[in-house]
Design a protein around this ligand. Structure first.
Ligand code: ATP
Length: 134
């Protein structure tokens, strides 16, 4: 089966680098399914799981938003943070989820703090969903 090279890159370095048969990602404007020879494209991503299909199996990478770029021979995902399912620290994500939930319940806070807590909660929930160890 034809494959396409995928790189997931963060400021801390590469997180995923492999040939896959299909990439499924959650764009802000909807789900994207990328097969080899897809037309060039740049799309912003939601805080979400990127699904990488190969050999009848699926790898999951949690991304904290970022951008997906498609070129004829390669897909690059650039994100502020990204983790493979096996790399996710579940206890840490649970702590982050609890912290964010507490902040969202506090009455006295401005819009920016609220948004920040909402995004932190989304990142934590996404990591828990992607983790291998759930
Ligand atoms: P926390 O409050 O636990 O730091 P966060 O959502 O604020 O969570 P980020 O700012 O998105 O964390 O990420 C900071 C760094 O820590 C990144 O390198 C990210 O990959 C890593 N990271 C964050 N949470 C986890 C986790 N649960 N398991 C593994 N790595 C994580």
């Amino acid at each position: 089966m034809k494959t396409i090279k995928v790189n997931v890159v963060t400021p801390d370095g590469p997180v995923y680098d492999s040939e896959v048969e299909m990439v499924i990602a959650k764009g802000i404007a909807g789900e994207l399914g990328i097969l080899p020879d897809h037309i060039p494209l740049v799309a912003p991503l939601e805080i979400s799981a990127v699904r990488l299909l190969k050999d009848g199996k699926e790898d999951l990478v949690a991304v904290s938003g970022g951008f997906l770029e498609v070129r004829p021979d390669q897909v690059t995902i650039l994100a502020q943070s990204a983790e493979k399912g096996s790399e996710i620290d579940v206890a840490r994500a649970l702590r982050a989820k609890e912290r964010a939930e507490q902040r969202l319940q506090e009455q006295r806070q401005d819009h920016i703090d609220f948004k920040r807590a909402e995004f932190a909660l989304q990142r934590a929930i996404n990591r828990l969903a992607v983790s291998d160890k759930k």
